[in-house]
Design a protein around this ligand. Structure first.
Ligand code: SF4
Length: 411
């Protein structure tokens, strides 16, 4: 077992204190003060603190040991930050619409974008799209190996293929040859829905074992062609099967994994399934890039992905909104206000907590814990900053008052 390099250590002091109280603070102070950094990204958490504090060596997580893969100007694997991906739902041939969507995804925090390339026209459009965006562009290929080659020739930073759908080994080789020439990574993608019949029969149905075997077969095929600039994705809409498949795969390969729950549904069910599935996978140290797949606006995928990473302590930055569930004491439209606040703060480049609380009984206490907060009263609310009541604000002006504070925020 290898111990963690100190500069990689991530500690969320709040959680630690919550779990261990004063003892936790003392442990942090005496053991870790010299080499912890609240907010350091990289996918470590409370277990690091516990392990080190009690003299235990920490086992490297899967994502720290994965092969580093360069995608455009970004690196994944080897402990690099987990990147958030999405996929456009415009016609890739429509450069203007596709660029507009990618730019709005970029603003939301998307770090890698994938576009489908079903036609030669779409492959050629990639060249124009790339000139106007600022994040790596991945070409999604189904069936036609010539589209994969055309996409790479037109500047794709990565291609996603399922070699099983591409056809003969010669065709896969033709794709791999161009990828090798240009040093373009290939994401080998396998979906439970397209699992080979032989594997379905071997395992008595679609299973995690079958998905993993299918993915590793494809990887081996490309490795045998002399190429290992690879990323793997295995997907299933069955959350528990997907989790099990990732656990199995992580024990059998060192390639970075792109993780997502496929066809997870509408915004509500997709968010829940993705949060559960990604949460279970990521918290085991597995996963180098993620996508929350939603039947909805792709921008929602980014906000959800950011929240999942942040909740797991795998990413910092952005405003966290906490709000109460409301009750009979609430005398303002807190539900409406909380929604508006969440929307308003989505793109603020601040790393703080904002509390939106419904009453002056419990509200001020919660709001005090946050950096900025409001506690509702009757037709008005208290505006609280770092525990200090600033002023009473009429209900209709609360949103504007919060915005005013955020616009002039100084830590
Ligand atoms: S903060 Fe106040 S209004 Fe909100 S749930 Fe708690 S008691 Fe009810």
């Amino acid at each position: 077992m290898r111990s963690m390099p100190p500069h990689f250590l991530f500690v969320d002091c709040k959680y630690f204190s919550a779990f261990f109280g004063t003892l936790g603070d003392e442990i942090i102070a005496s053991n870790l003060g010299k080499n912890t950094s609240c907010g350091e990204d990289g996918g470590r958490g409370i277990l690091d603190v516990v392990n080190i504090a009690f003299g235990m060596e920490r086992k490297m997580s899967y994502r720290e040991e994965t092969k580093v893969i360069q995608i455009g100007d970004r690196k994944i694997g080897g402990g690099n930050p987990i990147l958030i991906q999405s996929m456009t739902n415009t016609k890739t041939e429509d450069v203007q619409a596709t660029v507009a969507q990618i730019l709005s995804l970029e603003r939301a925090g998307c770090e890698i974008i994938r576009c489908t390339v079903p036609t030669l026209e779409a492959a050629k459009a990639l060249r124009e799209i790339k000139k106007q965006i600022h994040i790596p562009l991945v070409a999604d290929i189904h069936f036609d190996y010539q589209m994969a080659i055309a996409a790479m020739e037109n500047g794709a930073d990565k291609i996603r293929i399922n070699p099983g759908n591409i056809g003969s080994v010669e065709r896969v080789k033709a794709v791999v040859d161009v990828a090798r020439e240009r040093n373009i990574p290939i994401r080998v993608g396998v979906n439970s829905g397209s699992l080979e019949k032989a594997l379905v029969e071997k395992y008595g149905g679609v299973t995690a074992e079958g998905i993993v075997e299918s993915a590793l077969d494809k990887v081996r095929l490309i490795e045998d062609l002399g190429y290992d600039n690879l990323v793997i994705s295995i997907k299933s809409s069955d959350v528990l099967m997907c989790v099990k498949a990732h656990e199995l795969l992580a024990g059998k390969t060192k390639y970075p994994l792109h993780v997502g729950i496929t066809e997870s549904g509408t915004v509500r069910s997709g968010n829940i399934k993705s949060a559960l599935g990604l949460g279970m996978i990521l918290s085991q140290g597995i996963g180098d890039t993620i996508r929350v797949s939603l039947t909805g606006d792709p921008v929602e995928e980014i906000y959800s992905a950011k929240l999942i990473l942040r909740t797991l302590g795998l990413r910092t930055g952005g405003i966290e909104v906490v709000s109460c569930p409301t009750c009979g004491r609430t005398q303002i439209d807190l539900i409406g206000l909380a929604g508006k606040v969440e929307q308003m703060v989505a793109d603020y480049p601040l790393d703080i907590k904002v509390a939106v609380m419904g009453c002056v009984v419990n509200g001020p206490g919660e709001a005090r814990e946050a950096d900025l907060g409001i506690a509702g009263g009757k037709g008005e609310g208290l505006l609280i900053r770092k525990g200090e009541i600033l002023r009473k604000v009429p209900e209709g002006e609360l949103l504007a008052a919060l915005k005013e504070e955020l616009d002039h925020w100084e830590a």
